[in-house]
Design a protein. Structure first.
Length: 278
């Protein structure tokens, strides 16, 4: 839904988008492009959380801070920015394949745009591997990383608005005297962080989606700035908030589960390391 609302045509609001996708593509339409992100989400998340936590640890060691001490806001800011930058290297190709698969049946009616030989509305890619291979053959490495600047502008502030609210909200709802937050506090704080992060990310997420969808049948945008200007000139400022509702609604449960899984996994591993071997 997010991609259709941001880069598609004729979908209107969220409810109309749901009905249109179901009417034209049945239930399968809601799961297009799912396999590639599903296969890579573990690697992507481990890189993001691993880079963030290790950067925090490194900065704490530089300042000779006790490992158990709460990290400073400056350290968390620096760690989130590093995580956001490095995530683009893995995330851009995955997002590109997902969006191309989701948008390959999108009908285009713009007469001013030179269409490719493929008929708009017909399938171009047979699956994620074929999609990735086709993009690599026709567009090279630059094509695989199409939209990376927009994704960088999305993820750097996005991860700042992800990890900082989590730490602050988690600390706020944890009862005094508790050594660590309970699972419910982690779940709520993670969900709030996800909703806040996606609210911050949505404007550049729209630009990224449009850049990556551009290229299935047509080439409309020359780059990030051109995409922003064209979108604003044709649809006004509201275009940058397309998909905001979907992003924030999905951001809460997905991030809540992500942080809860991360924190519980850390606790389990630490417990295994501290338990004496028989």
């Amino acid at each position: 839904l997010q991609t259709r609302l941001q880069a598609g045509q004729g979908y209107g609001n969220t409810l109309k988008c749901i009905l249109t996708v179901y009417r034209n593509e049945s239930v399968a339409g809601f799961f297009k492009g799912m396999s590639f992100p599903l296969a890579s989400i573990g690697i992507y998340s481990s890189v993001v959380f691993g880079v963030y936590s290790n950067t925090l640890r490194f900065l704490s060691q530089l300042r000779h801070v006790e490992p158990a001490a709460a990290p400073s806001l400056t350290d968390m800011t620096a760690a989130s920015l590093v995580a956001g930058v490095l995530s683009v290297g893995i995330g851009t190709p995955v997002e590109l394949v997902k969006i191309r698969l989701q948008m390959q049946t999108q009908p285009y009616t713009k007469e001013s745009v030179k269409l490719k030989s493929t008929v708009p509305g017909s399938a171009v890619y047979r699956g994620p591997i074929h999609c990735f291979r086709t993009i690599l053959q026709k567009e090279g490495i630059a094509g695989v990383y199409r939209g990376n600047v927009a994704m960088l502008l999305r993820d750097v502030p996005g991860y700042y608005a992800y990890f900082i609210p989590y730490a602050m909200f988690c600390d706020w709802i944890t009862p005094e005297g508790s050594i660590s937050p309970n699972p419910f506090s982690i779940w709520v704080a993670g969900g709030v962080a996800g909703a806040v992060s996606w609210a911050v990310c949505t404007p550049m997420d729209v630009v990224k989606s449009r850049l990556q969808a551009d290229g299935v049948y047509l080439n409309q945008y020359k780059g990030t700035l051109d995409c922003m200007l064209q979108s604003y000139q044709k649809e006004g400022i509201k275009v940058f908030f397309r998909g905001l509702t979907v992003n924030t609604l999905r951001g809460f449960p997905s991030s809540a589960a992500m942080f809860l899984g991360y924190e519980l996994s850390l606790k389990a591993m630490k417990r295994c390391q501290t338990e004496p071997n028989p």
